[in-house]
Ligand binder design. Structure first.
Ligand SMILES: Nc1nc2c(c(=O)[nH]1)N[C@H]1C(S)=C(S)[C@@H](COP(=O)(O)O)O[C@H]1N2
Ligand SMILES: [Mo]
Length: 359
């Protein structure tokens, strides 16, 4: 198969929302299993697919700058983690006024099993110097880009995808950040960041830099378009904040939204996740005015993946019913009724509202 045929095949089950750069939502079936099959995993890229020479350079404020190959990474201890990734722009289409940005519905979320090496072990090989504060991650992808218009400059002919994390986070073994080279047991595909990428559990997926090329330890906080330009919550009434951990959210997968079902008992089910998780409570409401009924919540199968919930609904009254689902997490965060509006439309975790017709 030519590369183009491979890409077409890898993309054929997705709902394309932008052909170039290629952005696509998962199909509804992606949310029904613990692990999303790779061909159902959403894709979000800011630039055209890059060429990558297969090496990773680690430098900046380190004692031993080094270059690693994929083979050298594979020779290090491997770890696998199930991680739910959600795009910070997921749910943007439900915000009013409609924010600028990719028109994501609610399917820019998926869970895969990622295999690779711990970032903190790779960083330790380079030895950050005592004055290091942050770590910069650069992907191999680049191209023309319209900058956030709040900045003086509005366009760059050639910008690279660069993000940073605090050194304290990167060096913390408990953060379990991976440099992943496998997804669901197979080498990473091109759309998902081959030959290797970051996987930053609990963070909105923008932190999980694909096509990872350079890691540099910095001695001051990083300023850049994908860190302090875009991917900032521009609140209308308070100080702007960076997009970081995923907000608590539940999605309903059955019965399908706007479907017609026959009167009787039906299992309402779905997934729930949080970057400040685990999710500790899921409730269902069957009327707009709503009493909330506890759903059965399955324990997490791992620290970074979504959880199953279900509710037995005695749907005996014919007619249209509104069904809402609301999750609460271990940190006490609960989903809001209304999307938390911000100019670029990030972090919509509002309570899902669907209607079902019972006949
Ligand atoms: N190098 C690079 N990494 C990137 C991006 C990108 O455009 N370039 N997009 C980010 C965003 S916004 C998301 S939501 C995730 C999507 O990962 P996926 O395409 O594997 O689902 O990758 C992140 N990593
Ligand atoms: Mo994203």
């Amino acid at each position: 198969m030519s590369v183009t045929d491979e890409l077409l095949a890898a993309r054929s089950a997705l709902q394309m929302i932008n052909p170039a750069p290629y952005n696509a939502e998962a199909p509804p079936a992606a949310l029904t299993t613990a692990i999303t099959p790779t061909e159902f995993h959403y894709i979000r890229s800011n630039f055209a697919l890059p060429d990558h020479d297969g090496t990773l350079e680690i430098g900046g404020a380190v004692d031993h700058p080094l270059t690693l190959t994929l083979e050298e990474l594979r020779a290090m201890p491997a770890h696998s983690l199930d991680v739910t990734l959600e795009c910070a722009g997921n749910g943007r289409l439900e915000m009013r006024p409609l924010p600028t940005g990719e028109p994501w519905g609610d399917y820019a979320v998926s869970t895969a099993r990622w295999t690779g090496v711990y970032l903190h072990e790779v960083l330790a090989l380079a030895g950050p110097t005592a004055d290091g504060t942050d770590v910069r991650f650069e992907g191999a992808d680049h191209g023309p880009y319209h900058l956030n218009p709040v900045l003086a400059e509005t366009h760059r002919d050639d910008l690279s995808f660069v993000r940073a994390l605090p050194l304290a986070t990167v060096a913390d073994p408990a953060a379990e950040i991976l440099i992943a080279y496998e997804m669901n047991g197979a080498p990473l595909g091109r759309d998902h960041g081959s030959p290797f990428r970051l996987i930053v559990p609990h963070w909105y997926a923008v932190a999980s830099v694909k096509w990872l090329k350079h890691i540099d330890v910095l001695t001051e906080p990083f300023v850049g378009e994908f860190q302090t330009g875009h991917y900032m919550y521009e609140w209308p009434d308070r100080a702007h904040e960076p997009v970081e951990l995923m907000r608590v959210r539940a999605r309903m997968t059955a019965p399908a939204a706007a479907s017609t079902i026959t009167a009787g008992t039906h299992t309402v089910r779905g997934k729930a996740w949080s970057g400040t998780g685990p999710v500790t409570r899921v409730e269902v409401s069957l009327t707009g005015a709503g009493e909330w009924y506890p759903a059965t919540l399955e324990p997490p199968t791992g620290p970074y993946s979504w959880q199953d919930w279900s509710y037995e609904w005695e749907a005996t009254d014919i007619g249209r019913h509104t069904v809402r689902v609301r999750a609460t997490d271990a940190a006490g965060n609960v989903q809001p009724e209304v999307p938390p509006w911000n100019r670029l439309g990030y972090g919509n975790n509002a309570i899902e509202v669907v209607y079902i017709d019972v006949i």
